[in-house]
Design a protein around this ligand. Structure first.
Ligand code: CP
Ligand code: NVA
Length: 305
């Protein structure tokens, strides 16, 4: 039994296996076939924060695979009515997989410790592994290969950035990050990245132009993540020079794509021109969340295709 709490839980070979399953299931879906690899399996989702993409992509994925899912609301009392340990011990006796979106990363770690079924991290303050897997899958699909490509992150070195950096390290993609002082990756994460992916090409700069030059994809995210609402005004000032706009995309080069995990704050971290530009692959990227959740579920629950 395996959990997926961080990208670093996976080896390169396991990520490629998940991509192979995802690509196969996506091709079949496109051809009108919804292969029931997981009949009778049940997924529970417990989210402490808002979500559109993650919850719907997981629920649709499980339905297409022949299983069932339930979104547990506030009335289930996660973290409120009983301990996380008791909640998870009981829930995991009744379902096959639990997807958690929690405020604190430690909560998914605790839940996994007590769960008798697989736990998937659907975003915490520290990481967003399923997002990063879908994003690297999208780059591979769009560009044709991952080897030797460069992904440029402009903005806050946050949960999504951490997971992307790790996925890039494991898949041979250079990761360049441009963030303002005070919004860098912490030393412990950088050490973990180098330990898990010793060959990683990792560029840290304050200069967005340097980060994006020659990149296959330029990626940004909101300046204030969920839970950081009180810091919004300060962050708006601190990130003012880190907007992804037409000028920055031009500096990246003619083949650079634009990516964003969404939801976006148009006019802040990214302009309308870029979001809606010909190089923007934000919708394909979001759509691939569902296809790659299928790969994740099929791999984690041991279905063979
Ligand atoms: N990108 C992403 O995880 O979106 P949601 O917050 O809508 O799930
Ligand atoms: N960094 C964002 C990602 C949302 C998908 C957040 O944590 O709110």
């Amino acid at each position: 039994m395996r959990h997926l709490l961080n990208v670093s839980d996976l080896s390169t070979e396991e990520i490629l296996r998940i991509f192979a399953l995802s690509a196969d299931l996506k091709a079949k879906f496109r051809a009108g076939v919804r292969e029931p690899l997981l009949p009778g399996r049940v997924m529970a989702l417990v989210f402490e924060k808002q979500s559109l993409r993650t919850r719907v992509s997981f629920q649709s994925a499980m339905t297409h695979l022949g299983g069932a899912s339930m979104m547990l609301g506030d009335d289930a009392g996660f973290g409120k009515r009983e301990s996380i340990a008791d909640f998870t011990r009981v829930l995991s006796e009744m379902v096959d997989v639990i997807v958690l979106r929690t405020k604190l990363h430690q909560t998914v770690v605790d839940a996994a410790k007590y769960s008798s079924c697989s736990v998937i991290n659907g975003l915490t303050d520290q990481s967003h592994p399923c997002q990063a897997l879908a994003d690297l899958f999208t780059i591979r699909e769009t560009v044709g290969t991952l080897e030797g490509q460069k992904l440029a992150w402009v903005g806050d070195a946050n949960n999504v950035a951490r997971s992307l950096a790790m996925a890039c390290g494991l898949l041979g993609v250079e990761f360049a990050v441009a963030s303002p002082r005070g919004y860098d990756f912490d030393d412990a994460f950088v050490a973990k990245l180098h330990a898990k992916a010793p060959a990683v090409k990792f560029l840290v700069t304050r200069d967005p132009v340097e980060a994006v030059r020659g990149a296959a994809a330029v990626y940004t995210d909101v300046w204030a993540s969920m839970g950081q609402e009180a810091e919004e005004a300060q962050r708006r000032r601190d990130f003012a020079d880190y907007q992804v706009n037409g000028k920055l995309m031009a500096a990246a080069g003619p083949t650079a794509r634009f990516m964003h995990c969404l939801p976006a704050k148009r006019g802040e971290e990214v302009t309308d021109e870029v979001m809606d530009g010909p190089y923007s692959i934000i919708v394909e990227q979001a759509a691939n969340r569902m296809h790659v959740q299928k790969g994740v579920l099929a791999w984690l629950l041991g279905a063979q295709s």
